[in-house]
Design a protein around this ligand. Structure first.
Ligand SMILES: Nc1ncnc2c1ncn2[C@@H]1O[C@H](COP(=O)(O)OP(=O)(O)OP(=O)(O)O)[C@@H](O)[C@H]1O
Length: 310
């Protein structure tokens, strides 16, 4: 694996507000790498430092060996950025915007290919003001890619989109990666990170609080298992014997089910123990954790709710 992005001990304050407090991570070639965190966590400040758009107070950043803080011009050759809420003049059309942006680069991508690849062919002559939210996002991704970057930063790319448009944008991101571009995806949507990212960092209050592949993080360091079942007998009748099992951490009742949290062997241990008491549980189902559960565990609070317009 080749490391293309390296961030180490990055710090940035705005006056007395410490926005980024020692963030570090690496991104490997060809990855979709997520930077996940609630509003105000320091995600945008981090990627702006990566793109040479913001001066850090401390730490080091390198993209393909280039220091964006020292050489912002060189970074533009290798890095494409789609930052939040790209604004363009209302009257510019999709193809005009792409041609304009292409003219900024010495070796731009083929704009027709980008238009087709991002599903914008039918809208090439549509003016910016008339584009839906989903189409604007696709255009902003196209603009981030027009310089043929090796690394692309996509910031909050599905905020405000309906579920169908979000899925369409996710497909586009996967296609872009398949084309060989390393992607840094900034998001506060847990499902988006879970669906798209090979690896990610969770940032909270300016610090990295977790790092890894989504599945790895969800599985958890201790391999916690959660399952629910219905019992043909009152719960109190078996509570004590289940509570005593080494692999069982907590037992709770949820509606007509008993929820068990415990280690990797909790499920067979519970079933065996119930069998010894001649009790056969019904409707056993394993509950999978989500990235949101991981987030709550590592930060101690839930991600702020964000409205998605339909
Ligand atoms: N130019 C600025 N001046 C002052 N404070 C700022 C500035 N930019 C960001 N901040 C503050 O720094 C903190 C981190 O902001 P940042 O935009 O990096 O977070 P974020 O995780 O990207 O959040 P969001 O998703 O809301 O953009 C926030 O508290 C924010 O209010």
């Amino acid at each position: 694996m080749t490391t293309v992005v390296r961030v180490d001990a990055l710090r940035k304050s705005y006056g007395s507000r410490h926005a980024v407090r020692g963030v570090g991570f690496t991104v490997e070639q060809g990855e979709i790498f997520g930077i996940l965190g609630p509003n105000g966590a320091g995600k945008t400040t981090t990627v702006e430092a990566l793109a040479g758009l913001r001066h850090a107070d401390g730490g080091t950043v390198s993209v393909l060996g280039i220091d964006p803080q020292r050489d912002p011009a060189a970074i533009k050759e290798v890095l494409g950025v789609q930052l939040q809420e790209a604004r363009l003049p209302d009257r510019i059309t999709v193809s005009e915007a792409l041609r304009l942006y292409a003219s900024f680069y010495p070796a731009p991508a083929d704009t027709d290919e980008l238009i087709t690849g991002l599903g914008l062919a039918e809208h090439r002559d549509t003016r910016f003001a008339k584009l839906s939210g989903g189409l604007r996002q696709r255009l902003s991704i196209a603009l981030a890619l027009v310089g043929n970057p090796r690394v692309a930063i996509l910031d909050e790319l599905t905020t405000g989109l309906d579920p169908q448009a979000r899925r369409a944008v996710w497909d586009v991101v996967e296609r872009v990666r398949a084309g060989g571009v390393t992607i840094i995806l900034v998001t506060h949507f847990m499902d988006e990170a879970e669906r798209l990212c090979d690896r990610l960092v969770i940032i909270d209050k300016g610090k990295v609080v977790a790092e890894g592949a989504p599945a790895e993080l969800i599985r958890g360091a201790e391999g916690e298992r959660v399952f629910r079942m219905r019992l043909p007998v009152p719960f109190d009748q078996v509570r004590d014997r289940l509570q005593d099992l080494a692999d069982v951490d907590t037992l709770t009742t949820v509606a007509d089910e008993v929820e068990v949290r415990g280690g990797a062997h909790a499920l067979p241990a519970v079933v065996l123990s119930l069998a010894e008491a001649a009790v056969v549980p019904d409707g056993i189902r394993t509950l999978s954790r989500s990235l949101e559960d991981v987030f709550v565990e590592v930060t101690g609070h839930s991600p702020e709710p964000v409205e998605v317009s339909a």
